[in-house]
Design a binder for this molecule. Structure first.
Ligand code: NAP
Length: 268
C-alpha cells in the first residue's frame, strides 16, 4: 500500500502564539498542505481552527488530525469521548479525520481507551484511528482489540532515529507511519552528510531530510514550520527524489538521538 496521506503534512507543536499559529496554518493550506497535525496537549487547537477557517479550503479536502493525552485529559472511556468533543469544538469542526492516542501511558488500557475510539467512529465523529509513541507489542495489542483498521502510527523518525523495526511493521501491516520531528527538531539540518547531499541537488538540507524520510514506503512526514519560507521549502520536498546511493549515505549516518521523551514511554 502507498499511504493515502500526502508525503508532507504540517506539524504545529510549540507554534504557541495564537495569531502566529493561525497564520502558519492558513499559509500552509494556501500553499497546498492538506494534512494538519495538532493535539489537545499543544494548547493551540483554537488557533489551528482559526487558520483553517481563514484559509477557507473545503473541509473534505483537509485531513485534520489531533490527539487525546493521558495527562491533559485522560484516557478512560468517558474522558476520551469528552476530550474528542472538546477538541472538535476548539477546532470548529464536526468530525476529525484522525484521532490518536498521544502516549500509551497513565490510564491507557487498549480495550477501554480504544473502545471509546470505536464509539467515535460509529458516531461518525472520527474517520480514522491512530496511535502515537507505541512499540511493536503495543501496536499488536491495539490491532487485536480494534474492530476498525489501525490507520496510522505517529512516532519520532529522522536520520538520527531511523525506526527500522517500526517502518517495517507499518509496511507489513499496511498502515501509515507518520514521522514526527522529521528534521530532528532542526538538528539534522547542520549534519555534514545532509548538507553535502543538499549541495549536490541544489536544494535545502530540510528538503533532503524530508525526502529521505518519505523515501520509505508508507511513511509521511509532518515537519513543523512557522514562516512561509520554511513552509514552502518543506512542501517542495514532495517533488525531490533522492538516488538510492544518497538514501544509503543517509542510512549510514551513525549518530543516534531521540529528542522527545516521556516517563513510562515503551522504549524506556
Ligand atoms: P521538526 O519538524 O523536526 O523541526 C521543527 C524545527 O525546524 C522548527 O524550529 C522550525 O523552525 C525548523 N524548520 C522547519 N522547516 C525548516 C526549514 N525548511 N529550514 C530550516 N528550519 C526549518 O520538529 P517537531 O516540531 O518536533 O516535529 C514536527 C511535528 O510533529 C510537531 O510540530 C508535532 O505536530 C508532531 N510531534 C508529535 C509528537 C508526538 O508525541 N506525537 C512529538 C513531537 C512532535 P520554524 O518554526 O521557525 O519554521
Amino acid at each position: 500500500m502507498v499511504s493515502p496521506l500526502p508525503p508532507i503534512g504540517l506539524g504545529t507543536w510549540e507554534n504557541d502564539d495564537p495569531a502566529q499559529c493561525a497564520r502558519s496554518v492558513r499559509t500552509a493550506i494556501e500553499l497546498g498542505y492538506r494534512h494538519v497535525d495538532t493535539a489537545e496537549h499543544y494548547g493551540n487547537e483554537s488557533a489551528v481552527g482559526d487558520g483553517i477557517e481563514e484559509a477557507d479550503a473545503p473541509r473534505d479536502e483537509l485531513f485534520l488530525a489531533t490527539k487525546v493525552h493521558p495527562i491533559s485529559g485522560g484516557l478512560t472511556h468517558d474522558e476520551v469521548l469528552d476530550e474528542a468533543d472538546a477538541s472538535m469544538e476548539r477546532l470548529g469542526v464536526d468530525y476529525l479525520d484522525l484521532l490518536y492516542v498521544h502516549w500509551p501511558v497513565g490510564e491507557y488500557e487498549a480495550d477501554e481507551t480504544l473502545g471509546a475510539f470505536e464509539r467515535l467512529v460509529e458516531a461518525d465523529r472520527v474517520r480514522h484511528i491512530g496511535v502515537s509513541n507505541f512499540d511493536v507489542d503495543l501496536l499488536d495489542e491495539a490491532r487485536e482489540v480494534l474492530e476498525s483498521p489501525l490507520f496510522a502510527h505517529q512516532v519520532e523518525m529522522h536520520p538520527f532515529l531511523p525506526q527500522r523495526e517500526l517502518v517495517e511493521d507499518a509496511q507489513r501491516r499496511d498502515y501509515t507511519l507518520v514521522a514526527y520531528s522529521p528534521l530532528a527538531r532542526g538538528e539534522a539540518l547542520t549534519n555534514a552528510t545532509i548538507r553535502d547531499i543538499a549541495e549536490q541537488y541544489g536544494t535545502s538540507p530540510a528538503q533532503v531530510c524530508l525526502a529521505w524520510v518519505t523515501s520509505h514506503e508508507n511513511v509521511v512526514a509532518i515537519p513543523k514550520a512557522t514562516s512561509s519560507a520554511h513552509l514552502e521549502d518543506n512542501l517542495g520536498a514532495a517533488a525531490l527524489e533522492l538516488d538510492d546511493e544518497d538514501v544509503a549515505r543517509i542510512d549510514d549516518i551513525e549518530r543516534r538521538t531521540r529528542f522527545v521523551e516521556r516517563d513510562g514511554a515503551p522504549w524506556q
